[in-house]
Design a protein around this ligand. Structure first.
Ligand SMILES: NC(=O)c1ccc[n+]([C@@H]2O[C@H](COP(=O)([O-])OP(=O)(O)OC[C@H]3O[C@@H](n4cnc5c(N)ncnc54)[C@H](OP(=O)(O)O)[C@@H]3O)[C@@H](O)[C@H]2O)c1
Length: 296
């Protein structure tokens, strides 16, 4: 297996719910959260230009401005390419995707400014743009790389074919995909196989299904996962969330979950997932609970 040119901490910290789209942390709260994550050895923070309707990067940047010493301890990912309709972007009339050279460079420049940093460690194209031109994207990436503004590039939510096309024009180091016991597609559609083949890191967003697994529900899939998961968690003497993280971690692609919690205690708890060893039969028991079908 090829080796990846970028390494991540065992879990990436997602920022989507830290600001206006969730916990609305002030700078002091954010500082405590970031420092707590760093104390656990978690130094990867995942942003996107759109989070908090284009405000969360700037909230994080306020902290980095106040505490410039933190920047060198942190690896920053951000994303570009979704255009949201927002009061903060009055020129966007409908939600759309834009992976033009002009948009990627302008968006990266804005992210640098909002995050108060001179470089982004990893820039991802947030979603596949049906009008994407790999020549243009490669040109944008080359320009950002040669100016030292972005160190590595990747994509998010790309199918294997979309990834293969762009990767043949410009080196990609990451595909950030939705993967969890609630969302099994990448295990079956070749996405994880491609990561293994190229030594590309797969990071998994909504690793706990966006929290749906913990909610009261009458969805049979959630009820099956809760029932099988809770029994197995009890057997291992762990929590359901830890068990479901361990389920993702067992895959040989070396999936790195992107955590969505805004609670430091939950981040701490998640670290215990690294010590849980699931057997193959246990892994398939949870798979079967998710699909509701016998293993073929
Ligand atoms: N590339 C993309 O297209 C894309 C899309 C979506 C997200 N992302 C990235 O992925 C990150 C994670 O996504 P996500 O937030 O959907 O992940 P997630 O971890 O699956 O879901 C987080 C939600 O689950 C709740 N939760 C976590 N543990 C819990 C527990 N033990 N009991 C009850 N509730 C629990 C959290 O609430 P508390 O805060 O109360 O713990 C939060 O509301 C985002 O921050 C973002 O960086 C990327």
């Amino acid at each position: 297996m090829a080796t990846s040119p970028i390494s991540f901490s065992p879990f990436v910290i997602g920022t989507m719910r830290l600001g206006a789209w969730g916990a609305q942390m002030n700078t002091t709260q954010l500082e405590a959260f970031v420092e707590g994550c760093l104390d656990l050895g978690l130094n990867d923070f995942d942003h996107a230009d759109i989070y908090g309707h284009y405000t969360t990067e700037a909230e994080f940047g306020k902290l980095l401005k106040q505490r410039p010493d933190l920047r060198q301890k942190i690896q920053l990912t951000t994303k570009s390419g979704i255009k949201l309709v927002s009061d903060n972007r009055p020129d966007h009339h409908i939600k759309s995707y834009d992976s033009s050279k002009e948009h990627i460079i302008a968006s990266a420049e804005k992210s640098l400014n909002y995050l108060s940093t001179d470089h982004i460690d990893l820039l991802l194209i947030h979603r596949p743009d049906y009008l994407m031109d790999p020549h243009e994207i490669a040109e944008a990436f080359d320009q950002l790389r040669s100016s030292g503004k972005v160190l590595h590039f990747g994509v998010s939510n790309f199918t294997p074919a979309q990834f293969e096309l762009l990767h043949s024009f410009t080196p990609l180091v990451n595909n950030q995909i939705e993967a969890s016991i609630m969302h099994l597609n990448p295990f079956e559609d070749g996405t994880l196989l491609q990561c293994q083949k190229h030594g590309i890191k797969a990071t998994a967003w909504s690793p706990l299904g966006g929290g749906t697994i913990f909610q009261e529900s009458d969805d049979p899939k959630i009820l099956r996962i809760q029932s099988a998961g809770k029994a197995m968690a009890k057997k291992h003497g762990v929590q359901l969330d830890q068990l479901l993280m361990a389920w993702l971690l067992k895959h040989p692609a070396g999936i790195i979950p992107v955590l969505g919690t805004s609670k430091l205690e939950r981040v701490k708890d998640t670290m215990k997932a690294l010590d849980i060893q699931l057997s193959r039969e246990e892994w398939y028991t949870l798979w079967k609970a998710s699909t509701g079908e016998e293993i073929a």
